[in-house]
Design a binder for this molecule. Sequence first.
Ligand SMILES: *Cc1c(COP(=O)(O)O)cnc(C)c1O
Length: 432
Amino acid sequence: MKFVSTRGQAAPVTLSEAIRNGAAPDGGLYMPEELPRLRGCPREETLSQFAAEMLAPFFEGDRLEGELEAICRQAFDFPVPLVLADQARPNFRVLELFHGPTGAFKDFGARFLMASFDRIGDPSNPLTVLAATSGDTGGAVGCAAEGREAVRAMVLYPKGRVSAFQELQLTCWDEPVQALEVEGDFDDCQRLVKAAFASPELSLAHRLTSANSINIGRLLPQMAYIAFAASRAFAESGVEPGFLIPTGNLGHGFAAVYARALGFPVGPIVLVTNANRTLADWHGTGDYSPRASLATIANAMDVGTPSNFERLVHLAPEQRVLDVQLVEDDTIRARVQAEYRAGGYIWCPHSATAAEAYARLSDEQRAERPWIAAATAHPYKFADAVEPLIGVKIEAPPALEAILGRKAEKTSIPAELSALAEALKEQKLEVV
Ligand SMILES: *Cc1c(COP(=O)(O)O)cnc(C)c1O
């Protein structure tokens, strides 16, 4: 299978080239040249086996084809339970995507991508993933890169602007992962990363690559867990489940839409945003106007320009039928409280937007099918916001507890390209 750009001005590439490139050279996003034909729904018991089967058509003819099973084993090495949040609402299921090593669903994409990069790169001249981060992606990428040989990771974060736990999660990983604390804000970090990519010298010498949400290597694993959950719920109930998906960059929101287009038993899809209105406005009026992002308590969804939007509108209109719900901070807080009172379930602020979207469905919609809410992060990661709302202490799950015992290591740099170039060079000497 070949992959083409949503903008149609770039040469078709293989899957591993699309993963290596991230964005297409014309600025578009890679999509499969054609929708692969579903050869019946896989019946595998584990997500890892299911993913290897369902993703096989995307890997056909690629140099990674023979590695797909191993990549899936490494990416999907933690449970993905579908649980009840409240015994009184048996049709309402929670797909817990936060049992990976860094407690958020970013682990799926980061592990799949790093396992792929490690097989695309060359240990004597490794790829370098350069990531500016303020949230869950940097930790997930660092964790997934630890111990690898053909890819290293350098994570840039703004000094003094991440929580103590977030900082630990960015700085605690061993070789070949390096955390750079930048004297500046998140925009400075992003500016540095962009400048490094734009420098042919740095980009070639270090084989720079990115792990951001448009990489097809993140879309594929996210599609796999949606399709897996849909197939399980469908096998049980005989009805295609609806999906409620908290979204910012349209990463796994688009994955759900695409999984349905492929023929998996996915029913109606509700994309749920925080107060950032771009998607809701587009859905309401048909006009797409990106805006600056607003800060909310569901901060991993603070996106004014959803980077995967281009993929969504690339689909035929009948393939992308969906609803969009917008949930303001006060409503998120009230929902976290109401859910805790009702069933004792603790939602993180992001995932609570999906619980709110469930509450907004009509009785008829709720009665006709199971609904699956994607829970994107463990509430422990957002204990500062959630504990005061519910009045109890949230225990760290074992994976996050393990991070608490690790040692932090970082390098501080001024927000200048020359300092980043120096750091890249130094780490390179250690690796080789
Ligand atoms: C990244 C993230 C989201 C948003 O996901 P997208 O794929 O960007 O739409 C939601 N919740 C959490 C906890 C996240 O880390």
